[in-house]
Structures are given as C-alpha cells and as structure tokens.
Design a protein around this ligand. Structure first.
Ligand SMILES: [Zn+2]
Length: 175
C-alpha cells in the first residue's frame, strides 16, 4: 500500500515511475478518484504505448497542503536516494548566468526551491540520534545506486551543508 503524505508526494511518486511496458515517463492520467476515505486513485492510458496505468494511494491522516511533500516524518514511498538525485537535478537547473532573462530566472527560482525541498526530505531520514541516513532506508533501484556511488553524501553534516547551499542559491535568485 502506497501511503502518501500529500498530493504533491503522489504526483512525485508517479513522476518517478515510468510505464512498465515502454518506459514512458509521462503519465497524464485521465481519471482521478478520491475516496472512499483516504483512497486516491489515478488511472489512464500511457500516451506512448496505450497500456492502462493505475496508481492507488492512501493519503496519510496528517497530510500537508502543497507545495510541501510532507510533515516531519520521512516519506514511506520515495527513498532518500531518489530525493537526493531529484535535488541535484533541480540544483543544476537552478544554476543560471547572472544576466539570465526574467522568465529563465523564474524557472531557476522554482528549481532552486524544489532542490531545497527535496534535500530537506533526505534529512528527515536521519534518525534523531544518528549521524547519517541508515542504509536500510534505501529501497528503490535509483536510491540504492545513488547511495552505493557516494554513501558520504547522506551524512547529517553533508546534508546540512547542501541545505545551506540551496538556501543561498534561492536567496541569490530572489534578490
Ligand atoms: Zn507505455
């Protein structure tokens, strides 16, 4: 069962899971059913191969409104490696030349804010008395590969440095 902490997290989960048949990432669902209760189901055909796709989530009782992914608890459906990879991708998109146009800067600001939100999610996986994300937190193929490539990226210290760098980048784009 996929327990999501927010609607934003449902959308991100779907964005991280391509079509099993053809590998298409895009999933413009044609049907979204809420309920009964906390159930949230997205359905529709894959735009590339036509296979019918379906995601069923249960929205946690303490769900948060967008754009947050969740409260203080770590995600149960997206692992810390996936969040860090996402943060790194967004941070690259946030890097713009000083003379970038207004719309490009707006895009960069959104990306910088996404990069910050995603790395904050990684930090939630560090237990209060620990100095790093435990290896057991990595459950996805992408996440496990990211962890294997550089386990030191998941220490509390490195994550906090990364959060500060993201905050600085966001500040520079907001000024
Ligand atoms: Zn497909």
């Amino acid at each position: 069962m996929l327990v999501a902490r927010s609607v934003t997290e449902c959308h991100l989960y779907m964005a991280l899971h391509p079509c099993a048949g053809c590998g298409e990432w895009d999933f413009p669902w044609s049907r979204h059913d809420r309920g009964p209760g906390p159930r949230s189901v997205y359905e529709g055909p894959c735009p590339s191969c036509g296979a019918s796709r379906r995601f069923e989530f249960v929205i946690a009782p303490d769900a948060v409104p967008p754009p947050a992914y969740g409260g203080p608890e770590p995600s149960r459906i997206i692992d810390p490696g996936e969040f860090l990879a996402m943060s790194e991708r967004a941070a690259r998109h946030a890097a713009v030349p000083a003379d970038a146009s207004g719309p490009r800067r707006d895009d960069a600001r959104t990306a910088a804010s996404d990069a910050l939100a995603a790395v904050e999610e990684v930090l939630k996986f560090v237990p209060p008395d620990a100095s790093a994300v435990p290896a057991s937190a990595f459950t996805s193929e992408t996440g496990l590969a990211r962890y294997a490539a550089d386990p030191a990226a998941f220490t509390r210290e490195r994550l906090q440095e990364r959060i500060e760098a993201c905050q600085q980048a966001l500040l520079a784009l907001t000024a």
